[in-house]
Design a protein around this ligand. Sequence first.
Ligand SMILES: O=C(O)c1cccc(C(=O)CC[C@H]2O[C@@H](n3cnc4c(=O)[nH]cnc43)[C@H](O)[C@@H]2O)c1
Length: 208
Amino acid sequence: MKTLVVAATKAEVTFFYQHFNLPEGDFIESKNFDLLITGVGMVATAFSLGQHLSPNKYNLVVNLGIAGCFNRKIELGSLLNINEDIFAELGAENGDEFLTITDLGFGENRFKPKNKRTVNLPAVTGITVNCVTGSEKSINNLKKRLNPTTESMEGAAVFFACKQQNIDCLQIRSVSNYVEPRNKENWKLGLAIKNLNDWAIAFISEMN
Ligand SMILES: O=C(O)c1cccc(C(=O)CC[C@H]2O[C@@H](n3cnc4c(=O)[nH]cnc43)[C@H](O)[C@@H]2O)c1
C-alpha cells in the first residue's frame, strides 16, 4: 500500500519534485509514493481523484497546498493541519439565510477525515470555495456562519473522495495570504511554498 500525495498545481510542490527527482507529469508513480496534480478547484480535484484513487492501492492521501487565512494572528508562511473542511457554498439562499445541503436533506457539507497519524501542526477548520473570497461582506458572512481559519479551493473535495473510498487523509496547508479584498502583492507565495515543501519532503522521507 502506498501514499498518494495530491496538490492542485505543480508550482505548489515544485521543491518536492526536485528533491525526489520526479519526472514531469500530472500523475507520477514512484516506489514509495505517487503524486497527483489535480488542477485548481473542487471539480477538477474530484474528477482527478475519481480517476486515480483506489483503496486497493493507497492507504493514505496527503493533500498539500497553499491557503488563504481568516485569522491575522497566524503568520503568513505558517503550516496548518486542516482536520475539518466544509463546502462553504453548497446549499441554497433563502433571503439572507443560508441553507446547507444538509439542511436541504441532500447530504453532507462538513468532513472530518479518517486519520491514524499524529501531525505536530496546529489543527484548524478550513472551508472550500469555488470563488476566492474577496469582499468584507463575504468575509464577515463566512466568519459568522462557519468560523473558518483557512480557505482553499480543493480541501473538502479531497476529504469527500477519501471518505467515499474509506482512505485515511491528511490536509496540510501553508498560509500564503490573508482572506481580504484581492491584492496579490500582499501574498507570501514563495515563503508558503518553501515551508510546505520542506514539511512534505520531511514527512514522506520519514515514512519510508
Ligand atoms: O501566482 C503564482 O505564482 C502561483 C504559484 C503557485 C500557486 C498559485 C495559486 O494561486 C494556487 C491556487 C491555489 O491556492 C489556494 N488558495 C490560496 N489562497 C487562497 C484563498 O485566499 N482562497 C482560496 N484558495 C486559495 C487554492 O486552493 C488554489 O488551488 C499561484
